[in-house]
Design a protein around this ligand. Structure first.
Ligand SMILES: Cc1ncc(COP(=O)(O)O)c(C=O)c1O
Length: 393
């Protein structure tokens, strides 16, 4: 196996850390030198059940021996069942399956435009939040409210506007006759762990209803239990017309989903959109297992309990060091915001056996598997605290 930390054969589009991971079990991963790490990254909110969960291993091996792929020219029972399960869980009606978050958002943007096109209305603009992140395809970088992802890719697709999060007056001012949809992350992950407050989401829903605009929630990072409810919007009690999912849905197997109410979904008529791999038997069978295990192991309750523990521990660290401003986020998508750049802390943690992430230059981000135990959270906090102390910041 080639375990080098660089390769002339790979595009250099990732600023990777200098370790090569070769094995995972639960919330622990190992590198090629045999060193183990506690994994508070979970593949960026993907490994919902940690690594090598026995139920996932069983599903994957059984499904590989049964059917991996058969094309959307035909029905397959796993896709049917997953769509039904997601409808029951979310209250939305229909699903379109794809392979990633960006693809789910592409489908959402296409659906919003098609929905108004079908009514003969020239409504196409999608309003998103400043600091939002919606993916890396051309449409989704145009949708993303961060300039850094757009550099060098002009001309970008037209029809996107960005407004500050939690500012209803700014949103109202941005709406015009062309506005088709408002797309929001209930909790911004990549943009700095910024929570949309409930009053804001309620006001956005009311505004959308009043003006005939679609509300789309991008729950690619927050969905599938990460925030303590199956979907973050359920905590706020505000339902979208369109919902996008990916990451945690497959627990490590690539899958994305774009869901919508019946009324809106009707515009994605036969031939209007599609993908070769989306919704194949393997990805759907695994997603069904992820959802089953979340219920069977009562992981939503675990997320809430571990979240409280992690927040309390992070708060203690914040109180002890003036470089930190606040603990933010929800469930197991938490941030520790600093007034200095935090990359040295991420590196020190890794050297001491803990993988954590950043959300922008000054926010540490923690998003472990939903089945992390009390002892593992305590161990992670201990390594974090010692790593910070060792740096003398
Ligand atoms: C909220 C949100 N939307 C969309 C995406 C894009 O997902 P993908 O990388 O699977 O295309 C991400 C990825 O980080 C995300 O966090």
């Amino acid at each position: 196996m080639n375990t080098q930390h660089s390769s002339q054969f790979l595009m250099q589009n990732y600023a990777r850390f200098p370790i090569t991971l070769i094995k995972g079990e639960g919330v622990r991963v190992w590198d090629d030198e045999g060193k183990s790490y506690l994994d508070f990254v979970a593949g960026i909110a993907v490994n919902t059940l940690g690594h090598a969960h026995p139920e996932m291993v069983k599903t994957i091996s059984e499904q590989a021996a049964t059917m991996l792929h058969c094309s959307n020219l035909y029905f397959n029972p796993w896709q049917n069942e997953l769509a039904e399960k997601l409808a029951m869980l979310s209250g939305l009606d229909k699903s379109f399956f794809c392979n990633s978050g960006a693809e789910a958002n592409e489908a959402a943007i296409k659906l919003a435009r098609k929905y108004f096109h079908d009514q003969g209305k020239a409504k196409y603009t999608v309003i998103t939040a400043v600091q939002s992140f919606h993916g890396r395809t051309m449409q989704t970088i145009a949708a993303t409210g961060q300039d850094k992802v757009k550099q060098g890719f002009a001309p970008l697709p037209q029809g996107f506007k960005h407004v500050p999060l939690n500012d209803i007056a700014a949103l109202e001012a941005a709406i015009d006759d062309t506005t088709a949809a408002i797309m929001l992350e209930p909790l911004q992950g990549e943009g700095g762990v910024n929570l949309a407050n409930i009053e804001y989401l309620e006001a956005v829903r009311a505004l959308c209803d009043e003006k005939g605009i679609l509300l789309m929630f991008d729950e690619i990072q927050t969905g599938i239990g990460r925030c303590g409810s199956m979907f973050a919007f359920q905590k706020a009690g505000v339902s979208p017309d369109i919902l996008t999912l990916a990451k945690g849905l497959g627990g490590g197997v690539p899958i994305g989903a774009m869901m919508a109410t019946d009324k809106v979904a009707a515009s994605l008529s036969a031939g209007s959109h599609g993908t070769t791999f989306g919704g194949n038997p393997m990805s759907c069978a695994v997603a069904l297992t992820v959802l089953d295990v979340i219920a069977k192991e009562e992981l939503l309750a675990n997320v809430e309990a571990r979240s409280k523990q992690l927040i309390a521990g992070l708060q203690n660290i914040a109180d002890a060091h003036s470089i930190f401003d606040e603990v933010k986020g929800d469930g197991l998508l938490l941030g520790l915001a600093a007034n200095i750049e935090v990359a040295p802390i991420v590196n020190a943690c890794r050297e001491n056996g803990l993988l954590i992430l950043m959300a922008g230059p000054k926010v540490l981000r923690f998003l472990p598997a939903l089945n992390i135990t009390k002892d593992e959270v305590a161990e992670g906090l201990d390594i974090l605290g010692k790593s910070i102390e060792g740096l003398n910041l």
